[in-house]
Design a protein around this ligand. Structure first.
Ligand code: GLU
Length: 632
């Protein structure tokens, strides 16, 4: 449902009758520590009406998370502009009948960073005269200063966003005599921060595009282009793609694609553009198929993704094992779920590889980086490979000469391209916002690293993973899912839940709590199993669910801790090889050695999914969250 009005920008008083062309600018790279924004950008230029195609592409970007949306299409009378708060489906219903048949346009799904979620702040944003429209993903760090400067030059702002300065900067450049291309190129000299930008002008039949630190790719069809935040957006329309480098600017039109470059005071269009690459992703891999949600599809895929990883990853990690072995320091960095994987790596390296490893939250990395140098190695974990905080950590590591290994699901992502080594996750596209199969793949890769460091026969290192894979069959069966749903039903009225574990099972508690929070909106807190007596017991009330993760080795100590909780009123849910004496409900997960955390998290992914459904929440699109956090 749309919660706000749709606004329309009519043709400005001085609108020319000519068609507008949109230009798409993509700026890349980025200054300092950044987080990813999760919004989506999609444009179209070619021979067909742009609006339906843009809406189709935006729909496939939905998984990234957004709060509002909008589009701008060139018409003979000026730019047609519509925006709304709410879903693409609701927006499409209201817009499709009205949209002109213009063949150049840009669209956006916003994940607000500057300014509340409302129609004014939704993109596209336009210049004062309405001739220029832009969409932007990222954060403009010097927006306040630019606003003041532009306001002094007479520009009026219609939103509270950082992004709007982009439209006015281009307008100001053109007022001062620059061409559209040149004014667009000048953005690079003025903007600090991260951005993927598309721009259109009512009198130019093109989209200008640039990027810096935020993702942007261009789908290439026959005489048509689909600039977008990622490939799934346009994959059913074309499998050919051009990857934009940082700070590159392109002009896209029905006549072709040109690279924009500065020559003196002018902009020139060069034809030396990269040859489009065919992507090997299948359309099936980005569709839900018979599943109700991407999240459950991806949870159930894990037996297959793990099997593929076990077969293919040992060869992929072969080259990095000596680097890890010979380095003085090993550091794992990640954000969110990837940080939990990093923590698992820390426990695992101590137990298996007998190596001390540090695990840092990406946004904290700057506080530790001074201790690193060329004899260190930094392992950067990121599903998307675009996580802004992790990208920044990689930049910081490289500034100190430390080589980086990207462990990512997207081999051509920014983090992968910046790193000396790339280890793929072999998981296929992960489109639900909550990470599931990419998490277990990260754990599996780290387990293989650890095993390879410990043994001269890395092939043996796959044994625990095969064991884990066998367990996954049972845990994802229909019967297991039914049982987990019943456990979920018991959590329905709960105000809070505690999750505990020791050692590497503490990592499972952290990851399971994150899933419950983000997917099913339950206030879930992970506690170290040994820490409860040191404070947390005070929060336990009658009926508070306490979920315990353990293996055979931890069994007795967990029993004691659970009994203490039970005697203070907690309801005990146990996830381990056998029930605890105090268990009210039990989910049986047999040990799989060092790979047990890969197995134990599966029922918790299912539980979060089922609980979200029981609460009528959309598991694929948690409130306020985005898939790929590309803003700082
Ligand atoms: N920073 C911009 C805003 O708040 C863009 C956010 C996004 O990437 O969606 O509007």
């Amino acid at each position: 449902m749309l919660s706000g009005p749709i606004t329309e920008m009519g043709p400005p008083a001085n609108a020319s009758a000519s068609y507008l062309r949109t230009s798409l600018i993509r700026t890349g790279g980025g200054a300092a520590g950044t987080n990813d924004t999760m919004c989506g950008i999609a444009g179209y230029v070619g021979g067909r009406p742009a609006a339906p195609l843009i809406l189709e592409c935006l729909k496939r970007l939905e998984y990234r998370g957004y709060d509002s949306c909008g589009l701008a299409v060139q018409t003979s009378g000026g730019l047609f502009l519509r925006k709304a708060v709410g879903s693409i489906d609701g927006f499409r219903e209201q817009v499709l009948g009205l949209a002109p048949a213009g063949t150049v346009g840009i669209g956006h799904t916003r994940w607000a960073t500057h300014g509340v979620v409302d129609v004014r702040n939704a993109h596209p944003h336009v210049s004062c005269d309405g001739a220029i429209a832009i969409v932007h993903n990222g954060v403009i760090e010097n927006a306040d200063r630019l606003r003041t400067e532009l306001a002094g030059q007479g520009h009026r702002f219609a939103s509270d966003t950082d992004s709007e300065v982009v439209a006015h900067l281009i307008e100001e450049g053109m007022r001062q005599g620059q061409s559209f291309d040149r004014a667009f190129l000048a953005l690079q000299e003025r903007l600090l921060g991260t951005y993927a930008i598309l721009a259109v002008h009512r009198d130019h039949d093109c989209i200008l595009a640039t990027r810096k630190g935020s993702p942007l790719v261009i789908g290439v069809g026959n005489g048509e282009y689909f600039p977008a935040s990622d490939i799934p957006s346009f994959l059913p329309l074309t499998p050919r793609v051009v990857y934009l480098g940082e700070d590159e600017c392109y002009s896209l039109s029905a006549g072709g694609m040109d690279r924009l470059a500065v020559q003196g005071d002018l902009a020139v269009r060069r034809h030396d553009v990269p040859t489009p690459e065919a992507v090997s992703l299948s359309v099936e891999s980005i569709s839900k198929g018979n599943f109700e949600h991407f999240m459950i599809k991806e949870i159930l895929e894990q037996t297959g993704t793990l099997e593929r990883l076990i077969r293919e990853a040992p060869a992929a990690i072969h080259d990095v094992v000596p680097l890890l072995k010979n380095s003085k320091d090993i550091v794992f960095v990640g954000a969110g779920t990837s940080y939990h994987a990093a923590l698992f790596g820390q426990y695992l390296f101590a137990a298996v590889a007998r190596r001390h490893v540090d695990a840092y939250v990406s946004s904290d990395f700057e506080h530790h980086v001074d201790l690193l140098g060329p004899d260190s190695v930094v392992v950067a974990l990121s599903q998307s490979g675009e996580t802004a905080d992790t990208l920044e950590a990689v930049h910081l590591a490289q500034d100190r000469g430390a080589p980086t290994i990207a462990v990512t699901n997207v081999e051509l992502s920014s983090i992968a391209r910046l790193s000396q080594h790339v280890i793929p996750l072999f998981s296929g596209p992960e489109l639900a916002v909550a990470a599931t199969k990419s998490y277990t793949a990260q754990l599996a890769i780290l387990a293989l690293f650890g095993e390879s460091l410990a043994s001269d026969l890395p092939a043996d290192g796959t044994r625990p993973l095969w064991e884990a894979r066998d367990r996954l069959f049972n845990l994802t069966s229909e019967a297991a899912r039914r049982h987990t749903r019943e456990v979920g039903r018991e959590l329905l009225g709960a105000q809070q839940a505690f999750l505990t574990g020791r050692g590497r099972h503490y990592v499972t508690a952290l990851e399971a709590a994150l899933k419950l929070k983000e997917v099913s909106g339950l206030r879930a807190e992970a506690l170290h199993g040994g820490e409860m007596k040191h404070g947390t017991l005070a929060l336990v009330e009658n009926g508070t669910p306490a979920i315990h993760f353990y293996d055979q080795q931890d069994f007795r100590r967990t029993e004691i801790a659970a009994a203490e909780l039970k005697s203070r009123g907690a309801r005990i849910i146990s996830v381990g090889p056998q029930p605890l004496a105090s268990s009210d409900q039990h989910i049986r997960v047999e040990d799989a050695g060092i790979a047990t955390p890969i197995v134990q998290v599966i029922p918790m992914q299912i539980l979060s999914y089922e609980l979200a459904k029981l609460k009528s929440m959309d598991p694929d699109r948690p409130r306020n969250l985005a898939k790929s956090v590309t803003v700082p």
